[in-house]
Design a binder for this molecule. Structure first.
Ligand code: NAG
Length: 124
């Protein structure tokens, strides 16, 4: 045999370390904090009772957005399987705000360049 059991064990632990998720969360949870999603993305949850937080891209020019979609600090999630966890630094509506240089136009609900939007429509 060219591979010993010890070597197999070492390979298995490397594999598990790479695939382990932080906090031993259930596999269906994509993110528990926007920082886990990386640059240009955020963690956002839907409005439904057992909605699952997922990473989404920040809104680019012309993308749909939700006016007043603000960052929320913390909420505790519970699911029918009995698991419970804290979600931090997240957004609602399964959508991220627009990228930093864009604003969410209240009328069209799309991310727009503030230089091309009348000030009446700016969502602060
Ligand atoms: C979630 O946050 C609450 C309040 O801060 C804390 O008591 C609880 O231990 C946290 N739960 C987990 C799973 O981290």
């Amino acid at each position: 045999m060219s591979i010993t059991l010890f070597q197999l064990g070492a390979i298995a632990s490397i594999f598990l370390a790479i695939h382990a998720r932080p906090n031993d969360r259930p596999g269906y949870i994509d993110c528990l904090d926007s920082s886990e999603c990386g640059r240009g993305k955020c963690c956002s949850i839907g409005m439904g009772r057992y909605s699952i937080p997922q990473c989404f891209a920040m809104g680019n020019l012309g993308d749909k957005c939700i006016p007043d979609n603000k960052l929320h600090k913390m909420t505790t999630l519970s699911y029918p399987d009995g698991s419970s966890m804290n979600l931090t630094n997240f957004y609602f509506h399964h959508i991220c705000p627009c990228l930093d240089n864009l604003i969410c136009n209240k009328d069209t609900e799309t991310c727009e360049d503030p230089l091309f939007v009348s000030f009446n429509y700016i969502d602060y």
